[in-house]
Design a protein around this ligand. Structure first.
Ligand code: WT7
Length: 651
């Protein structure tokens, strides 16, 4: 019987140090760690001073009402001024802020001067509708420039935005608008998705029938498709285009609310994660500059996340703009009109920094490396990953096929709740190991602990916790302070528990092991799904794997794996046997799957995370539970088909 909170099974010897050339030009050096270690709050003070404050703060951190933090108390600033106005004032008005590429191929370059005009007009428009500081505004838009403009216009006037991902249903929209009591919804006729216009407005029309707080609906025209029109609807181009091109921005308290973003999790009512102004902007700016090594004069930066997720907030809008980045914004999907679209865009815009998710990387692995090979991607110099543990083989593929073996990879761990990156390599400093997020950033304190909150030490597995407050931390759950304390701060006194398992390797590098709710218990050994999945993905025929623990009479739980094969590989009986042996060989016989099912697809949330709960239903022969958060509801039927054609092997 093992006593580890979570077993440490896999072992990785490969490491990639930054090249001497990269290290020599990097924004962040090892000195940053020393500086933060000497005086953490003085370090954050210095980071905050990179921003433009109207009034300086008098207290860096007040933690006396923990877990409710006050950062930069007394300070006042305007987020939109920091993201836009100050760059224009400094003479960079002609620099492109966003290269926009629509899915149909339409393009638009927006300079910082143009962005200032757009944001000012939109801010005037919101004020003309009576929107005031502190009011909530729901934004339900696809990836178009107006999404960023709408967010910045809210920030400019101190209104609190709540962006709702464009793929969510009318009911999801209704409940979020209602929870935040929003006064305005900003939406559009529709977006372009896989070659077709996808209507958005009908969901708003349906939702606002039951949201009495909404006074107006502001509608951007994107696709030109027909829309129903009611009294409360206003065309964006009618209202915004007619506004004055300047807007006097007022500074807001550092703790003025900036946005609410709902995270669904797997159970319960969505949580409205609340972020505020000064600390949030400080940490997203600091992390964006140092983790991606952004050079504002030369880089073209592309974060592929949708603005409906926190990654889109922090690393498509606020961080990049605060650092005066030139970004690419792309409306569509990677396979429209062809599977090489992303790489075509990298070539076209000479993208130098790419930030994306493991789910995308594994999809590209499945499609085959001949697709990116058709494009010139020599402009790339830094690659980032976020959202899930990246399997070592997917990391190696990303490095070799996308990064041409020359780009450092930053595997960045964070959450909607943390607001900004917390654990990541620094690209010019850290020798990275494939699959590891490596260590806490300077200024951040993370530990891996056991059930009694004791640090597990190198070589041990357990729970990832954050031991000190950080500037971009959530300030609560909207309207639910008790739930905030209960969800994040109650498991161990004084520690923020993120819900993730992790281990430290012999060198103290951090490896994320997935959500602790997914940890399997096999004959008393607690085994992370991530390690078994990574072992499966390290086999050359496998593109993607999802592993769950299913009830087992003998062992408590047994490991059931669902795998997607790479394109061109024929499923056969020997494959299942090979894969089981491969896992046993890679990480030990205890982790050998009881059953392996070859499937065409995996159930994922709209943000690309695998829904293991539904796979457990299949593995335990239960009726499949709630599938409303699935990105593609037809997938469960496909997996059912996989089950009948491929019963797997048991011994
Ligand atoms: C959860 C947070 C952070 C923005 C996108 C997701 C998982 C995130 C990593 C990573 C392993 C990761 C964790 C975390 N996660 N990044 N680099 N390695 N796991 O935000 O939807 O709030 O999800 O995503 O499980 O708790 P989110």
């Amino acid at each position: 019987m093992s006593h580890d909170a979570i077993e440490n099974l896999s072992h990785e010897d490969r490491a990639f140090a930054p090249s001497a050339e990269f290290a020599a030009q990097a924004n962040a050096t090892a000195a940053l760690y020393d500086e933060a270690a000497v005086d953490r709050l003085a370090f954050w003070d210095k980071q905050a001073r990179e921003l433009q404050w109207e009034t300086p703060w008098h207290t860096t951190l007040d933690w006396s009402k923990a877990p409710f933090a006050t950062w930069f108390d007394g300070g006042k600033l305007n987020v939109a001024v920091n993201c836009v106005d100050r760059h224009v004032a400094a003479g960079h008005g002609d620099q492109v802020a966003y290269h926009f590429e629509g899915e149909p191929g339409d393009t638009r370059d927006i300079t910082y001067s143009e962005l200032l005009v757009e944001v000012s007009k939109a801010a005037n428009a919101l004020e003309s509708l009576g929107v005031k500081a502190g009011d909530r505004v729901a934004i339900y838009l696809p990836m178009i420039p107006e999404a960023a403009v709408a967010m910045l216009a809210c920030a400019r006037i101190g209104a609190v935005h709540s962006v709702i991902f464009g793929g969510f249903s009318a009911e999801a929209l209704r409940s979020r608008i209602d929870d935040a009591q929003a006064v305005l919804v900003i939406t559009c006729d529709g977006g372009n998705r896989k070659g077709k216009p996808m209507a958005l407005k009908p969901a708003v029309d349906e939702a606002v029938l039951q949201t009495p707080t909404v006074k107006d609906v502001l509608v951007v025209r994107r696709t030109g498709q027909d829309v129903e029109w009611t009294e409360r609807d206003i065309w964006w181009h009618d209202l915004v285009d007619a506004q004055p091109e300047t807007h006097e921005a007022q500074a807001f308290d550092a703790e003025h609310p900036l946005f609410i973003l709902y995270t669904s999790g797997t159970t319960g009512k969505p949580k409205g994660i609340l972020h505020t102004t000064g600390g949030y902007l400080t940490q997203v700016t600091y992390t964006h500059r140092n983790v991606f090594d952004l050079k504002p004069d030369t880089d073209v930066y592309w974060c592929t996340a949708d603005i409906g997720w926190v990654t889109g907030h922090s690393y498509v809008v606020y961080g990049p703009l605060a650092n005066r980045a030139t970004s690419l914004m792309y409306e569509g999907t990677p396979d429209s009109p062809h599977n090489g679209r992303w790489w075509e865009l990298v070539e076209k815009y000479r993208v130098s920094i790419l930030y994306t998710a493991p789910t995308a990387i594994r999809t590209f692995m499945k499609w085959g490396e001949d697709i990116p090979a058709r494009f010139d991607m020599s402009s790339l110099r830094v690659l980032g990953s976020v959202g899930e543990p990246i399997n070592p083989e997917a990391w190696m593929w990303y490095r070799r096929v996308i990064g041409g073996d020359r780009c450092p990879i930053v595997d960045t761990w964070w959450q909607t709740e943390t607001g900004a990156i917390m654990i990541s390599p620094l690209p010019g400093v850290t020798a990275t190991k494939p699959g590891s997020a490596m260590g806490a950033l300077p200024g951040i304190c993370a530990e891996v602990v056991d059930d009694e909150a004791h640090p597990v030490g190198n070589g041990g597995g357990g729970y990832l916790v954050l031991t000190e407050p950080w500037p971009s931390m959530l300030r609560g759950i909207w309207g639910e302070n008790d739930r905030y304390v209960e969800t994040y701060w109650s498991r161990w006194k004084g520690l923020y528990f993120a819900g993730d398992g992790a281990k430290l390797d012999d060198d103290g590098a951090i490896w994320l092991l997935g959500r602790v709710d997914d940890v399997m218990n096999i004959s008393g050994h607690r085994i992370s799904t991530t390690e078994v999945e990574s072992a499966l993905v390290s086999h050359p025929v496998v593109a993607e794997a999802a592993v769950v623990g299913a009830a087992d009479d003998t062992t408590g739980q047994g490991i059931v794996a669902f795998v997607i094969l790479r394109e061109g590989v024929e499923p056969g009986d020997h494959i299942v046997a090979d894969l089981r042996n491969h896992v046993a060989h890679e990480i030990g016989p205890i982790a050998k799957p009881r059953q392996i099912l070859v499937v065409p697809e995996l159930p994922k949330t709209r943000s690309g995370k695998i829904m293991r709960r539904l796979l457990r239903d299949i593995a335990e022969n239960r009726d499949i539970g709630d599938t409303t958060t699935l990105a593609d509801p037809t997938i469960m039927a496909l997996i059912g088909t996989g089950l009948t054609t491929n019963p797997g092997t048991e011994d």
